[in-house]
Design a protein around this ligand. Structure first.
Ligand code: ATP
Length: 312
């Protein structure tokens, strides 16, 4: 069967951002088996682009500008988002989905979640469902804890398993270098290692972890030095344990004039805070010259959440 589209087939293009976690406080495991979190997400302008074109059935293609394997079968989060919408709203139409990928794969930057978020908003428009943002966030939360944030974007505090979001007031633009060390870290394995390290240390995790008020204040007052001081990730020790090469990257960045550096989410991407665009470019050049990462990208936050950018 030919897959050629007739020219009148509608096409919607949506984008959604990757994220970094400026802080990640990990508490106890709740009754559903999830860790209670208090995390500050910031969306960055590394965008995933999802094109949805009217078609008789569902299929997916991927173009990637980053290393790493992206599944194109039914496990891909964009396809899972499409199936969920079809089931929930009894949609019989299909769609040809295409992902154009710029967020590092399995890097702790929520690229798969961004694909799911972009697919939800693109298909909401293509299939004329008119779902409100809250309904999309609810569906997104069923696909993954980071999907609601990819829909919302900007900077937000995430509680629960990260999907209970409150927007945070942010002044100005924040400049980051993302050191992508290559390879990936499995999120469940990082959490398991974290639990083991906490147990060995005899620490009692908080039932309801709290964010750092100073971080909220730093974001509001554009205080880059204070934001640098408050960057914090409870999973970092576990990520360093599993990938001993990561700690020296943070140390090098911090010893070279960065305001701070931390593992993003479950890693292994390291987010390095710079003062402005020139400073970020200098830090990226230095990290590249030292050969500590496979790729060093510069980016800024906050970026908007998933949105339709064109339709025809
Ligand atoms: P996490 O949300 O677990 O922190 P991450 O940001 O570290 O994820 P992703 O790039 O979202 O990493 O991918 C994690 C895994 O999810 C991949 O290894 C891949 O097998 C699977 N996956 C499913 N859909 C996608 C997608 N659209 N893009 C990338 N990976 C996907």
């Amino acid at each position: 069967m030919s897959t050629t589209m007739s020219p009148e087939r509608r096409r919607v293009v949506a984008q959604a951002p990757g994220k970094i976690n400026l802080s990640l406080h990990v508490g106890a495991v709740d009754h559903r088996g999830y860790h209670a979190l208090a995390t500050v997400f910031q969306a960055v302008d590394l965008m995933e682009t999802v094109t949805a074109q009217a078609a008789d059935d569902l299929h997916l293609t991927v173009t990637s500008h980053v290393d790493g394997d992206v599944p194109t079968d039914g496990t891909n989060l964009a396809l899972r988002a499409a199936r969920l919408l079809q089931q929930e709203h009894r949609i019989t139409a299909g769609a040809a989905l295409h992902i154009d990928k710029t967020v590092p794969v399995a890097g702790g930057m929520g690229g798969g979640s961004a694909d799911a978020a972009a697919a939800l908003v693109a298909l909401n428009r293509l299939w004329e469902l008119d779902l409100e943002p809250a309904a999309l966030r609810e569906l997104g939360g069923r696909l993954g804890a980071d999907v609601p944030f990819a829909l919302t974007g900007h900077t937000a505090l995430g509680r629960g398993n990260g999907d209970d979001l409150s927007p945070l007031l942010v002044t100005g633009e924040w400049h980051w270098v993302l050191a992508v060390p290559g390879g990936h870290l499995s999120t469940p394995e990082v959490y398991r290692t974290h639990d083991e390290l906490v147990r060995q240390a005899g620490r009692e995790p908080a039932a309801v972890p709290e964010p750092d008020d100073r971080q909220v204040q730093a974001l509001r007052s554009a205080d880059v030095a204070l934001l640098g001081e408050t960057l914090h990730n409870d999973l970092q020790a576990a990520a360093f344990h599993l990938r001993p090469g990561l700690a020296p990257v943070c140390e090098l960045a911090e010893g070279s004039g960065a305001y701070g550096a931390l593992v993003s989410g479950s890693g292994p991407t390291i987010a390095v805070l710079a003062g402005d665009a020139d400073h970020a470019a200098q830090l990226a050049a230095l990290l590249r010259a030292e050969g500590v990462a496979q790729q060093c990208l510069t980016t800024t936050g906050s970026a908007p959440g998933a949105r339709v950018i064109s339709e025809e």
